[in-house]
Design a protein around this ligand. Structure first.
Ligand code: ATP
Ligand code: MG
Length: 216
């Protein structure tokens, strides 16, 4: 039996003065997605959440569900086409018509308030983002249960410093890869994780701009 872990930790903090806030994933729920025929919800607790199970019983599919909602393309979700993400019925069950996943993000700090409609008088301690694909070929993104543009969810993720293509989602085998890397390569990973890389890039950009200005 192989054991895999899905780890939920508090995601990075926004450090600008006027808007201190942080978030964490509190729950993922799937219906008709990969091996999840019926609606299945996986809660993430404070600190570390480990999901343990035998080979092939859907641990990595949970990470795929998270990546799916954050807009990753099918090739990054271990499927050739989006349609292959929909529960296929296996040998004896009926295939699903659609796959729908929802990610619940903590909003107790109010970090996502700017995305909530003003008419939402009550404070929302949690927000949801979701994605649905149908066998007929349509793909929808959702914010608080309502259809929205993919770019809207990208702004939501950006607000919480979540980079779906970065190291917030570490795939199976990636840890071994990182452990076996050279010191320099590993340093790059750590820089990216800690946000130093972004700072370095901004610094480089500014220096370039400065040089341009000086040359003018
Ligand atoms: P391991 O411990 O080997 O890494 P795992 O628990 O991570 O296993 P997953 O890769 O998450 O397992 O799940 C693989 C299972 O998901 C397979 O049994 C596969 O048949 C099933 N699966 C993938 N796509 C679909 C689909 N569209 N419909 C139904 N089942 C699917
Ligand atoms: Mg796996």
């Amino acid at each position: 039996m192989q054991i895999s872990f899905v780890i939920s930790q508090e995601l990075e903090q926004e450090e600008s003065e006027e808007e201190l806030g942080s978030t964490k994933i509190t729950k993922v729920s799937c219906k008709g997605f990969k091996s999840f025929q019926r609606r299945t919800s996986i809660p993430f607790y404070e600190g570390l959440t480990a999901i343990v199970g035998e080979n092939g019983n859907g641990k990595s599919n949970i990470l795929d569900a998270l990546s799916f909602v954050f807009g990753r393309r099918s090739s990054r979700l271990r499927a050739e086409k989006l349609e292959q993400l929909i529960f296929n019925g296996g040998e004896s069950r009926k295939e699903a018509d659609f796959a729908h996943c929802t990610v619940y993000l903590d909003n107790s700090s109010g970090i996502f308030d700017e995305f909530l409609e003003e008419k939402d008088e009550e404070e929302q301690d949690e927000i949801t983002i979701g994605r649905k694909v149908t066998r007929a070929g349509s793909s929808m993104y959702k914010f608080m249960g309502t259809n929205c543009k993919r770019s809207f969810l990208e702004r939501v993720a950006e607000k919480a410093n979540i980079d779906p293509e970065g190291y917030h989602f570490v795939r199976q085998g990636k840890v071994t890869e990182i452990v076996e890397q050279s010191d320099t390569e590993r340093r790059e990973v750590i820089d990216e994780l800690s946000g130093v890389k972004e700072f370095d890039e901004k610094k480089e950009e500014s220096e370039e701009e400065l040089t341009e200005v000086q040359e003018d």
